[in-house]
Design a protein around this ligand. Structure first.
Ligand SMILES: [Zn+2]
Length: 292
């Protein structure tokens, strides 16, 4: 028997063993995803209603799903990176119950999101940085890697996320961009048309884990909302928080501006979960008020 066939048989045995346990047990479970249509760039609220689960764990698209209990439910705030290709995926989820392990794995279809293509002109030093600039960029990368490596072990957010500025947002998330006709990149945040000096506020509660100037981001503030979820605000003219500071939703972070790689004053606001960049507009539309 070829190895692949043996492997397939083994897998099907493992899979078929799980439903029989579920059928014989009194444990009833429901897994729900919001938004229900999963796209590249979607944040996803995963809610598991399982009676008597002692813990729930999982993984999806190479990310660890960090579930936390809320009443009778287990919750994870996760998402699909903007660069993830559409297709069929499997989220492995299992609940530890008094009667044993319950497999709650889900097949999740990732649908394409239709992002646009745009062209921009910025200062040449941002497209072809010299040796000195490259040193700064490398140092920035190290600082950011450290920040993203140690998220709080519990959710710090409460209720829905709110827009960081009172300014018109653009639908620029996911746009494929050409800088000066050369460098292609994907826009991984949402730009708000904020005039210089517009007050920028925390979109939810958390801890300020970075508040300093960076090469591309300009004056940048990063908030850790726990369990791998961060919001990033860029191009401030002035930062008014410090690293290590706890903030609540609506607290002033500073004033918007035009520092870093910009074509003019605006607020670039990004949402990162583990190393995936998610659509901030979709996070703002996600109703989390009933969750915690
Ligand atoms: Zn931007």
């Amino acid at each position: 028997m070829p190895a692949s066939r043996i492997l397939r048989l083994t897998c099907s045995l493992v899979l078929s063993a799980v439903p029989s346990f579920a059928q014989h047990s009194a444990v009833k479970s429901v897994v729900s995803l919001t938004p229900a249509i999963v796209q590249s760039g979607s944040p996803e609220l995963i809610v598991i209603s399982t009676l008597n689960a002692k813990s729930v764990s999982g993984s999806w698209l190479g990310h660890k799903l960090e579930f936390f209990p809320q009443g009778q439910k287990w919750i994870a705030l996760a998402g699909v990176d903007v660069e993830t290709s559409p297709g069929t995926t499997i989220a492995k989820i299992s609940a530890e119950t008094s009667e044993g392990e319950l497999d709650l794995s889900q097949t999740i279809e990732i649908h394409p999101a239709h992002y646009r293509t745009g062209a921009l002109t910025v200062s040449p030093k941002f497209v072809e940085p010299g040796p000195d600039e490259q040193k700064v960029i490398a140092a920035d990368a190290e600082i950011k890697a450290k920040v993203f490596a140690s998220s709080a072990a519990e959710p710090l957010w409460h209720g829905s996320f709110r827009a960081p500025v009172l300014a018109k947002p653009t639908d620029s998330f996911g746009t494929r961009r050409m800088f000066n006709g050369k460098l292609a990149s994907i826009h991984k945040g949402m730009d708000f048309h904020a005039a210089k000096g517009t007050v920028v506020r925390a979109s939810n509660s958390g801890v300020v884990v970075l508040a300093r100037p960076l090469y591309y981001e300009g004056n940048c503030v990063i908030i850790d909302h726990g369990l791998g979820l961060y919001t990033l605000s860029m191009h401030f003219s002035r930062i008014e928080v410090h690293e290590g500071q706890r903030v609540m939703a609506g607290d002033k972070l500073g004033l918007s501006g035009a520092t870093g790689r910009v074509t003019g004053p605006h607020l670039h606001w990004a949402v990162r979960w583990e190393n995936a960049y998610l659509d901030p507009g979709k996070l703002l539309r996600l109703n989390l008020n009933a969750i915690r």
